[in-house]
Design a binder for this molecule. Sequence first.
Ligand SMILES: NC(=O)c1ccc[n+]([C@@H]2O[C@H](COP(=O)([O-])OP(=O)(O)OC[C@H]3O[C@@H](n4cnc5c(N)ncnc54)[C@H](OP(=O)(O)O)[C@@H]3O)[C@@H](O)[C@H]2O)c1
Length: 253
Amino acid sequence: MQAAILGDGPFGRAVADALAAHGVAVRVAGRPATGAHDRGTFAGVDVVVDASRGDAVLANVAAAVGGGVRRFAIATTAWDADRHDVADLLRARGAAAVAASNFSPGALVFARLVEMAARQAARLPGYEPYVVEWHRHGKVDRPSGTARDLARRIIAADPARDRVSSPTGGPAQPGALEVVAVRAGTNPGRHLVGFDGPGETIELTLTARDRSACAAGVVAATDWLLAEPRPAGLHSFEAVLDVGDRTEVTAAS
Ligand SMILES: NC(=O)c1ccc[n+]([C@@H]2O[C@H](COP(=O)([O-])OP(=O)(O)OC[C@H]3O[C@@H](n4cnc5c(N)ncnc54)[C@H](OP(=O)(O)O)[C@@H]3O)[C@@H](O)[C@H]2O)c1
């Protein structure tokens, strides 16, 4: 089995180590000097993992399908603007991709807990949600893809919120969900979702101690893609790891 990792940053290297430990032959490619990866990058490659930059995803997927690749795990964040084009390209070429802003198994459970808490807090008077995330100094995008996904889920669950706060300063705006990003040091990723209510605060936290949980999730996604042919197009990480349906999560609370 051969994998190509597009992206030679800390996460691409963590995924490469995890796949190699899983018995997969791995090659890692960074930003191509010519602006696009050539066909040779994909010779004999069964699956491509994208861990590059948001603005590179569409071109990377296009180069890889052109090179014959039909299986992708897209871990890169901040490519929302190209999502439709990537999905169309995958479908047109009969290729399947698992895409997630956070491949950690814990992030799946965390997202479900946040949805449930947001739904319930929205029914109480005066409980206001907020999201804070911390990442290393050098992270390119903010807020993180995980924070944006959590914000989307909170807004969907809370009729009083319709948008994320804009970073222009001034007082909090009614209807805007406060989302704050901190960039400092070497933090591999921490997400906190809070609900500030009268006389009390509820806080839920997901803390990555290193990149291993996300890398393990990418390995699970590549296994899922290689196990059998998957329908062409984009798949969520929830298709790979079954943590129970939403009714079970709600009933167990
Ligand atoms: N889904 C998850 O679970 C998860 C977990 C961790 C990180 N991530 C995401 O994964 C991505 C990579 O993370 P990171 O921390 O390693 O980021 P990073 O430090 O920014 O590294 C990205 C690397 O990719 C290179 N690159 C740029 N364009 C490329 C291209 N077309 N093909 C191949 N490589 C290219 C960059 O080179 P230049 O410096 O020259 O641009 C850089 O070396 C980010 O989007 C991050 O948010 C996702």
